[in-house]
Design a binder for this molecule. Sequence first.
Ligand code: COA
Ligand code: ZN
Length: 308
Amino acid sequence: MKSQLGPLPARVTICEVGPRDGLQNESQLVSADDKVHYIDLLSESGLSLIETTSFVSPKAVPQIGDAAEVMARIRRRPGVRYLVLVPNVRGLERAQQAGADAVAVFTAATESFAKRNINMTIAQSLETFGEVVASAKRAGMWVRGYISTAFGCPYEGTTPVASVIRVARALVAMGCDEISVGDTIGVATPLQVADVVARLRDEVPLERLALHLHDTRGTALANIVAGLQQGVAIFDSSSGGLGGCPFAPGATGNVATEDVLYLLDGMGIETRVDLAKVRAASRFIAGVLRRDQLPSRAFNALEAAAAR
Ligand code: COA
Ligand code: ZN
């Protein structure tokens, strides 16, 4: 698409991560019933990729002990991919038993974060995921690979681009269909995003490269524009801006789906996602969490306008 900002993708895919990345970081436990209803509402909005839950150790993430129940009870809408996180072969087996057909493996670009999040070195994680991805591909599953702390790490500071490239190359080589590069603690700024993407494009075809941005310091939307200018057309976001990461102190939510949709709609970039329906899902989960407001600026503005 031609624009004053240079060529931009005509169409963008949103990966909605609220039910997993979002709810996992809420101190309040949400019932399986409410999670299922939330996911069903999101499914109605036109989203094609929803990160639904994770089959990790319930000792590591207690909020997610009901993963199998949630997967069994959601209304699966044709055309929607329900993605689940798996940290190891055991998680893959649990995901398969629960009927998942899309899984995500997740490692990091920095050693300290990998250790704290999955208790593995990066090399160990790549070995584990090599096995997980091979087995998932044999079973005909779609696989996403996450690289956390790709821009900065709470323990190691700014992440060298070479570390991101190394991990991305390994994930592509093992057969991941899509690579999502994460600003886990929301420290990135636009030139850094442009730089990392420009260098990653040689490793990961653009149509398989996603950006996963947190808005901890308010730079996420600016970073999305920088990503768009580099040709990125897949962005992760959470409805209402829920989220964070229990292993990243101070990290706030993912960039909000409503904010991303408002931005993209305004720029004439197609998403096929209905903002009003995402807002309805956010309103439901805000009620469950007993919150009047959510981190999403667009959500709050639209709710306030509707209440006038
Ligand atoms: N599902 C359920 N239980 C699992 C599991 C899985 N996929 N993998 C391991 N476990 C259980 C083990 O059986 C063991 O239980 P036990 O103590 O009752 O025997 C316990 O979890 C620890 O397993 P172990 O193999 O020793 O792993 P670990 O303690 O080194 O933890 C991970 C490694 C990867 C399993 C764990 O760190 C994890 O699940 N991390 C995920 C964190 C996350 O979801 N982060 C969100 C992304 S930001
Ligand atoms: Zn995240």
